[in-house]
Design a protein around this ligand. Structure first.
Ligand SMILES: C/C(=C\CNc1ncnc2c1ncn2[C@@H]1O[C@H](COP(=O)(O)O)[C@@H](O)[C@H]1O)CO
Length: 274
């Protein structure tokens, strides 16, 4: 087994905020994230601010474009990957974190690269398991209004300015999603995936929820309210698989995913695993 200690982190990174790929020291900070500036409301009656917005937004398109280009370049060698979501607040000494590590490890041992949001908690747990299994451990971080670095178990990492660019990468390079217990961010990622599958924007895309007890209330509500009131079809619930064991996560991904690592002709074909 590989070294259980995380790879050494940059000791000077503690106070580092990343604006996209750029590291900014506290005294240089503008106070607003790129997403917030993009989404900020401008009073259309204020002609000067409107004109300013028009000019800024046109330039912004180039920055968005360049973020897609950088993301596509960084991810182009990734083979079969599974994206793992889950709470940023999960404590490293909790049973949920230990399960997250085992999920990342099981996916890694099955030959999948593991993609996460690159942050702390469940993301770090899944990256740790993948790294320790010798699989590719990928972290796609997001610019936040407070200091944040990639967790130390990420081998291939990127920092995004734009939420929607990062979300594209989560889906585009994965053959399935796994959701560990989480809060609003995890629910957002889960429901976006469900919508993409329901509307057939992606096909043969397993979505696996880990933790029957944690997810039971949500699933009950979806059945008792959403299905009962005709807001979703009963079959939509079949898009979700709920499991408790790491090996069942792998089995559920294998059962539906468009490709498995074992389908790969040979490791000598240049396809990157780590
Ligand atoms: C709140 C804390 C850290 C925030 N850091 C994050 N870094 C990267 N990705 C994140 C972060 N917070 C949320 N995400 C994304 O949403 C999911 C988790 O959200 P939840 O609300 O905690 O469930 C996760 O999958 C990420 O993609 C603590 O220091």
């Amino acid at each position: 087994m590989s070294n259980p200690e995380p790879p050494t982190n940059d000791p000077e990174a503690d106070d580092a905020l990343y604006i996209g790929p750029i590291r900014v020291r506290p005294q240089q900070r503008l106070g607003k994230t790129t997403d917030r500036r993009l989404l900020e409301w401008v009073d259309p009656r204020d002609a000067e601010r409107r004109a300013e917005r028009t000019m800024r937004d046109s330039w912004r398109v180039l920055r968005i474009q360049s973020e897609f280009v950088a993301g596509f370049d960084a991810m182009s060698e990734v083979a079969e990957a599974v994206t793992v979501f889950g709470s940023a607040r999960m404590k490293p000494d909790s049973p949920e974190y230990a399960l997250g590590v085992e999920v990342g490890r099981a996916l890694g041992e099955a030959g999948y690269a593991v993609i996460t949001g690159g942050g702390p908690g469940a993301m770090q747990a899944a990256n740790q398991g993948a790294h320790q299994a010798g699989a590719q451990s990928i972290g796609l971080n997001i610019e936040l209004p407070f200091e944040q670095t990639l967790n130390p178990w990420v081998d291939l990492g990127m920092n995004f300015r734009y939420f929607f660019v990062r979300k594209t990468m989560f889906v585009k390079y994965a053959v399935g999603f796994v959701c560990l217990p989480g809060g609003l961010g995890t629910l957002d990622e889960l429901f976006e995936a469900l919508t993409l599958v329901q509307t057939k924007k992606v096909v043969r895309f397993p979505i696996v929820l880990v933790g029957t007890e944690f997810w039971a209330g949500l699933l009950d509500w979806m059945r008792d309210v959403l299905v009962a009131r005709g807001m979703i079809a009963a079959e939509d619930l079949d898009l979700l698989t709920v499991v408790d064991e790491p090996e069942d996560v792998v089995a559920a991904i294998h059962a539906t995913a468009v490709a498995r690592p074992s389908d790969r002709p040979s490791a000598a074909d240049g396809t990157m695993t780590r």
